[in-house]
Write a protein of this length. Structure first.
Lengths: 313, 318
């Protein structure tokens, strides 16, 4: 397990280094003075001189990259072009909204999708299996940003049940929760169907294994047998959840823009139109770093459960 | 995994062809094998025709392609013709899907938007399939270090959530259809490359490849004549499944104003314009979303039916 851990960590670190290189290269791919790009066209000559000195723009590019990486590891991602506040501070205010959205979206999808898939697999061809099948195909086919738009149309405008935009009054938990429901519904809906399908398929495979037949023959109660089967059948699902997190992050960015939710995704989107590069770099670094971390965790979790994976890398 | 009878026949012919004195298999045996291969193909066609999901998918795909190609002839109005007095009129006989804030016919715009979707899908899927196939075969057949390097590159590309990569790129280049195409190609190459790599790895030490190598066939020849035909099948099925992904990326980016620019009609820009007037003209976001769903359903059904018929094992664990 330890050597697997080391190899997997090295791989993740290399990918992180590549991402940093791309982000660093971003400012150099555009013609013009990086200091002006980073500070905006309204920057004073003193600010440009100060920035050039701090980022050591007169040093060779390789040194500059190492400084950029060093700063990033120390949590220094530069300053917001408009407010002049540190990027980490701006991100810190917004990251909570994004995390709440991502985890509640994934959470309700897991809580509903996995039991649905289990039920469908335990009773194949029953009405619940058929309903789950139709539901899965239907929900997977609707892109999440379309679900967001239609959810606003139906639940906020036509029915008036839930608020459409914003994240709710600060400090008012009930109001914030009511603002969370629609976006979380929108990004999780496709996942309910997807997870149900995945769990159903791998459950059916596991349920036909000889050891499950033996367990049944020994007279174990069906509930217990299903529990054992699920422990094995859940493995591919964990990988899928880990890999699918990228899609979930994309969906969350769309949801934040459509629902005008002040999260990191909305921040990156606004930074693009404002050409606010430090904020853009910080946001992209956070989003990709988070995704790499989730994929790493899901891989480690799989290796923990399944010794065959450990030996394959 | 890919040892279909057609494939072993294929290998046999080439191995015997390249010898100096070819001990050809007796003609009747070869004929019998050809006959059985033909029968198998017929059998697969019958199974496809009997698969309602596959047929429904095929019908939807034909609807998508035909409506996009023939849009200028089917569309009742010019997609950009403004009719201010008729602005934001609800769906009716004159305007099947209503009109937008400039009085443009939404139905005509949807038909023309399909052309953009089809173009991005055709170009994007073809380019990423070809590049992914080449990179995957190189990774699978080449030296170990190259394999590791390419795998790492694929991982690096995949560690950018698509929309984040798109936002970062647009920040550098500004929005355009070319950016959308580039994003689509870059983000989908790794999935083709991984499938091609796995299939190539499975093939590289099979007897017919070893025999070809022993007979002095060049790497290029082995790749082109023997590896590629066997890798192509799963890749084409994957391509069918990737079309909706590509179409959705285009619509999503255009919805955010990062792709196709107004006034050009695309499903994304229709949704964007509809979203701005969602309270007063809700039909735009409803009508603009339906073709996206139908296209996704069509290609998913078709891809799954093809996969179940040609390679049932591929579906496991997905």
């Amino acid at each position: 397990m330890l050597s697997y851990l080391a190899k997997r960590l090295t791989l993740s670190l290399i990918v992180v280094a590549l991402v940093l290189l791309l982000l660093f290269g971003m400012l150099y791919m555009i013609p013009g003075n990086p200091a002006i790009l980073a500070l905006g066209t309204r920057a004073t000559p003193e600010a440009i001189a100060e920035y050039s000195a701090r980022m050591r723009l007169d040093e060779p590019v390789v040194m500059q990259f190492l400084i950029f990486v060093g700063n990033a590891f120390h949590g220094d991602l530069g300053t917001d072009v408009f407010s002049g506040r540190p990027v980490t501070e701006v991100i810190g205010e917004r990251v909570g909204f994004s995390m709440a959205l991502i985890f509640s979206g994934m959470g309700w999808a897991i809580l509903l999708g996995i039991p649905l898939g289990c039920l469908a697999a335990v009773r194949p061809n029953s009405w619940i299996d058929r309903v789950t099948g139709v539901f899965s195909v239907g929900t997977i086919a609707i892109p999440s940003f379309l679900v967001s738009i239609w959810a606003i149309l139906i639940f906020a405008i036509q029915l008036g049940w839930l608020p459409a935009i914003g994240a709710g009054e600060p400090g008012d938990i009930g109001d914030q929760l009511s603002h969370l429901i629609l976006p979380a519904f929108a990004i999780g809906l496709g996942w309910v169907g997807y997870l149900a399908r995945m769990v159903r398929a791998s459950m059916l495979e596991v349920l036909s294994e000889p050891y499950i037949r033996s367990a049944r023959a020994f007279g174990l109660p069906p509930r217990k047998v299903t529990g054992y089967a699920l422990q094995v059948a859940i493995l591919p699902t964990i990988t899928v959840i880990g890999m699918g997190f990228g899609g979930l992050i994309s969906a969350a960015v769309f949801a934040e823009i459509i629902f005008a939710r002040p999260g990191v995704g909305k921040m990156i989107f606004d930074a693009v139109s404002d050409r606010n590069f430090p904020i853009l770099q910080g946001g992209v670094l956070l989003a990709t770093g988070f995704y790499i971390l989730v994929v790493l965790l899901s891989d480690l979790l799989i290796a923990w459960f399944d010794p065959r994976v450990r030996q394959s890398l | 995994m890919f040892c279909s009878p057609t494939f072993s026949l294929h290998g046999l012919i080439h191995v015997s062809d390249s010898r100096s004195d070819p001990p050809l298999p007796p003609a009747p045996a070869l004929d019998a094998r050809r006959e059985s291969a033909r029968r198998e193909r017929g059998d697969k066609l019958m199974r496809f025709l009997a698969n309602w999901q596959g047929m429904a998918g095929l019908a939807l795909v034909i609807l998508f392609v035909a409506s996009a190609i023939f849009a200028p002839w089917i569309a009742p109005y010019d997609p950009n013709a403004m009719d201010i007095p008729a602005r934001m009129s609800p769906p009716g006989w004159a305007h099947l899907a209503g009109t937008d804030q400039l009085g443009r016919d939404t139905f005509s715009r949807i038909l023309h938007g399909g052309r953009i979707a089809l173009m991005i899908a055709a170009l994007g899927v073809t380019a990423s399939l070809v590049i992914g196939l080449a990179l995957g075969m190189i990774a699978g057949y080449g030296p170990r270090w190259l394999d590791n390097l390419l795998l790492m590159l694929f991982d690096a590309v995949r560690s950018f959530p698509t929309i984040i990569l798109a936002l970062a790129t647009v920040a550098l280049t500004g929005p355009s259809l070319g950016v959308v195409l580039a994003i689509v190609i870059i983000t989908t190459i790794p999935s083709y490359a991984r499938v091609a790599r796995t299939a190539t790895l499975a093939l590289r030490n099979t007897e017919f490849i070893l025999a070809e190598r022993a007979l002095g066939a060049s790497t290029l020849r082995i790749m082109w004549h023997h590896v590629m035909p066997n890798v192509m099948g799963p890749l084409l099925i994957l391509a069918a499944m990737e079309v909706p992904v590509v179409v959705t990326i285009e619509a999503g980016l255009s919805f955010l104003g990062l792709g196709v620019r107004p006034p050009q009609a695309s499903w994304g820009t229709i949704l964007n314009e509809g979203y701005l007037v969602i309270r007063d003209a809700p039909w735009m976001v409803v009508a603009g979303g339906i073709p996206l769903i139908l296209t996704t359903l069509g290609f998913t059904f078709l891809g799954e039916a093809l996969r179940d018929i040609f390679d049932p094992r591929m579906g496991r664990g997905r």
